[in-house]
Design a protein around this ligand. Structure first.
Ligand code: ZN
Ligand code: ZN
Length: 268
């Protein structure tokens, strides 16, 4: 199945519905647009087939596939194209930004937002909202449909539509055992990866030959009882104001608090 041409077909059908200019055609346009977005999603999943085996998604609903794609791809969890600070985050030279920028055309996070937004128009109104005098806002729906049409058009005409540049890293989470997958743009990147299932987080760096080093973002913390000092190991995400634990040795309670350290000036 060529999902990309499938997506184009649905986009064309959506356009035809939109161009009739009739309000009652909007829901059909919305439906076609949703299907176009689903096709784009499946196509994206196929492009990631190395890291995302077919058995895992061939029966999945688009929403679930979108969620996994969002997890894998570091570029997809950015909210907007403009806010995406490539240079800062990855140290990519400015001249490379243009080519990477075009790949951003397919942003799963934007796609998912549009997809969810349309979903609410495709169901009959609840009894409550009908009673409350609420009506389908055709103007809003039309605007949303036009926006999605423009977005999909851009995505489908992008020359690097499905490039999977970069390197994939994966690891079984040390804390919960879930498989974590992440794509990075360039080998020399060090990235922070969080398990979507638990509190674990890692610093991942490339060690060449398709190998990666996963450093646990953990810290050793001593019991604050001066005569005990029993150490525990915690994930960085567990260190937050007010979090506490009972010491295994002295049974005392330790709590993370804010502190200020004072040092006297040397020349006074
Ligand atoms: Zn985990
Ligand atoms: Zn203790």
């Amino acid at each position: 199945m060529n999902y990309r041409s499938k997506s184009r077909e649905h986009l064309k059908a959506a356009s035809e519905q939109l161009e009739t200019g009739s309000d009652s055609a909007l829901k059909y346009a919305a439906l076609e647009l949703r299907m176009a977005m689903e096709a784009v999603t499946y196509d994206r999943a196929l492009a990631f087939k190395e890291e995302f085996p077919t058995e895992e998604y061939d029966t999945w609903q688009p929403k679930k596939v979108m969620a996994v794609l969002l997890e894998i791809d570091p570029m997809t969890d950015k909210d907007s194209m403009l806010a995406f600070g490539l240079e800062e985050e990855y140290g990519v030279p400015a001249k490379q930004m243009t080519s990477l920028g075009t790949e951003e055309v397919l942003n799963m996070s934007v796609l998912k937002k549009h997809y969810d937004a349309l979903g609410s128009f495709l169901h009959i109104q609840t009894i409550k909202s009908t009673k409350g005098g609420k009506r389908v806002d055709h103007e809003k729906l039309r605007k949303r449909c036009e926006e999605i049409r423009g977005y999909l058009y851009k995505v489908l005409s992008s020359p690097v539509f499905n490039s999977t540049l970069g390197v994939f890293y994966s690891l079984k989470c040390a804390e919960c055992g879930k498989k974590i997958r992440k794509r990075v743009l360039r080998r020399e990147n060090t990235i922070k990866v969080e398990c979507s299932n638990c509190i674990a987080s890692y610093r991942v760096s490339d060690s060449g030959a398709n190998q990666s080093v996963w450093e646990h973002l953990q810290q050793e913390i001593e019991c604050a009882n001066a005569v005990c000092k029993k150490k525990i190991v915690v994930w960085e995400k567990e260190i937050r104001l007010g979090a506490n634990w009972e010491c295994l040795d002295c049974k005392g309670k330790n709590t993370f608090v804010l502190g200020v350290n004072y040092e006297k000036a040397l020349n006074r």
